[in-house]
Design a protein around this ligand. Structure first.
Ligand code: PAF
Length: 276
């Protein structure tokens, strides 16, 4: 695996092929990321991953400073997954001057759910992804469905700017108890890790209620929120939304249920598409 630390090094390796398949990450890689890399390998001539912890998408009180940086093991994992090129710029290389030009995604899509609880988050994500796309110039890019809203925001950005990039969504990898794999799972202590499967179990119970014919979505969300809170979680939202644009559903829409909740000091997110 070749490692490029700067944009010129990256461009030198890639030449003008524009046939790369790309997986942007913030490192601290787990099996979920490696599934994305394997998917990328099947989509392009060259598989490229990036590791960059993007300050722009963290709020001041969030975990930018403590976000786990696990360089050696990340490289080992990427090599074992067959990644051809790792782009790992430092802040000076990616943002040589303060990044004052930013990409503000559609507020309808980006200011709800995660955007409501983490204002500016998707501006940070879109800005860095746009910049990484400009650097790598991939033919395809792979994002996990675990970050469902992020995937939708990026798809929309790519469409709106007519970027010649196929955005591919990959299914969420889960532990045996249903917990969606996430870098932030590493923050959970032993007891919290035992409890953590409750989040996906709650989403499954919401999905079951809908499949059973219940259409009082507000009541379903409220029941799920109360049940999770009773187990010691602090839910930010449990929301049934229309799959196409994450707005409130009307009858006949394809649905997804999305949730964010805090267990101790750890904030976890998850979602489930509901096939009725
Ligand atoms: O999903 C992530 O890890 C990040 O939001 C991303 C897409 C790498 C942008 O920093």
């Amino acid at each position: 695996m070749h490692i490029a630390r700067t944009i010129p090094e990256l461009r030198e390796f890639l030449g003008d092929s524009r046939q790369a398949a790309f997986v942007p990450t913030m490192g601290n890689l787990h099996e979920g990321h490696l599934t994305l890399v394997r998917k990328a390998r099947s989509l392009g001539e060259v598989s490229v991953a990036s590791i960059f912890v993007n300050r722009l998408q963290f709020l001041p009180h969030e975990d930018f400073d403590t976000y786990p940086r696990t360089w050696e093991s990340d490289c080992e994992k990427l090599r074992s997954a067959g990644c051809d090129l790792l782009f790992a710029p430092d802040e000076k290389a990616l943002y040589p001057e303060p990044q004052t030009c930013k990409v503000h995604p559609d507020p309808l899509l980006a200011d709800t759910l995660e955007g409501e609880f983490r204002p500016g988050f998707f501006t940070g994500v879109c800005t860095v992804v746009m910049k990484l796309f400009a650097c790598v110039q991939p033919r395809a890019a792979v994002f996990g469905k675990k970050d469902y809203q992020q995937l939708m925001v990026i798809r929309h950005m790519v469409r709106q700017f007519a970027l010649p990039i196929e955005v591919v969504g990959a299914e969420t990898e889960r532990a045996d108890d249903g917990l969606a794999l996430s870098s932030r799972n590493g923050y959970l202590d032993k007891q919290e890790r035992i409890q953590a499967g409750q989040l996906s179990a709650t989403l499954r119970s919401v999905a079951q209620a809908v499949r059973d014919g219940d259409r009082d979505f507000k009541a379903i969300e409220a029941r799920a929120t109360t049940a999770l809170a009773a187990r010691g979680w602090k839910p930010d939202y449990i929301a049934l939304r229309r799959r196409s644009d994450l707005q409130l559903p009307t009858s006949g829409d394809s649905l997804v249920v999305l949730a964010a909740a805090r267990l101790g000091a750890t904030r976890l997110i998850d979602n489930l598409e509901i096939d009725v």
